[in-house]
Design a protein around this ligand. Sequence first.
Ligand SMILES: NC(=O)c1ccc[n+]([C@@H]2O[C@H](COP(=O)([O-])OP(=O)(O)OC[C@H]3O[C@@H](n4cnc5c(N)ncnc54)[C@H](OP(=O)(O)O)[C@@H]3O)[C@@H](O)[C@H]2O)c1
Length: 210
Amino acid sequence: MKIGIIGAGNVGTGLGKRLAAKGHDIVVSFARSPDKVVSAAVSIGRTARVGTPEEAARYGDVVIIATPWSATLEIIHAIAPMLVGKIVWDTTNPLKPDMSGLEIGTTTSGGEEIARAAPGAKIVKAVPPFAEILLSPSLEIGGELPGVFICAEDAEARKVILSLVEDLPASGIDAGPLSLARYTEPLGMLLVQLAYAQSMGARIGTRLIR
Ligand SMILES: NC(=O)c1ccc[n+]([C@@H]2O[C@H](COP(=O)([O-])OP(=O)(O)OC[C@H]3O[C@@H](n4cnc5c(N)ncnc54)[C@H](OP(=O)(O)O)[C@@H]3O)[C@@H](O)[C@H]2O)c1
């Protein structure tokens, strides 16, 4: 599958590397310095290429958004015309810059705000495992794969992201409508608090047990 990545940081590189290893073709974009995007492409490997956010958005059948919340809506507005009809994997967590809490939550979500900024795109909220895990040799935590809740209005788009999540590999959970991102994003915040403020470290995650 052709995948465009907006955000050449930890998550963009970690997801890119794991998806490239499964045969997906990647165009990576968006950092404050061009060198950083080049390093991300080198570290993703295989046939990964560098582009502008507009090029990455145009290229991808799936476009991954892996930007800090503070920069997200501005770049989404800029590339919105290229996202019409595309499946957009929103990995963001709307964290305050000092990570002390969420900028928004429970009455709306980052996913829904991105959907408003990119009309016509199929937004799929799926907060991935920590980048430290994505960039490590194995995603397993205590012998199990971390769960990723997948929320979107479009059922086909949820299926596509579920298969990419399983390519990582992680355990995808089809959670239904995008509005449930109001609850999965705070779950991400809980993990951030446990990992860093409570010093549990980044090799933690959640799973749905049925
Ligand atoms: N890290 C995790 O473990 C994790 C896990 C789940 C979800 N998330 C979410 O995923 C998103 C990405 O996190 P991350 O850890 O990958 O962040 P990151 O390492 O800081 O990467 C963000 C990328 O966006 C670029 N960027 C930011 N502002 C920009 C601007 N104004 N102009 C151009 N480029 C800009 C950064 O470039 P520069 O490097 O040049 O600043 C960097 O390449 C966040 O919303 C986060 O909450 C993170």
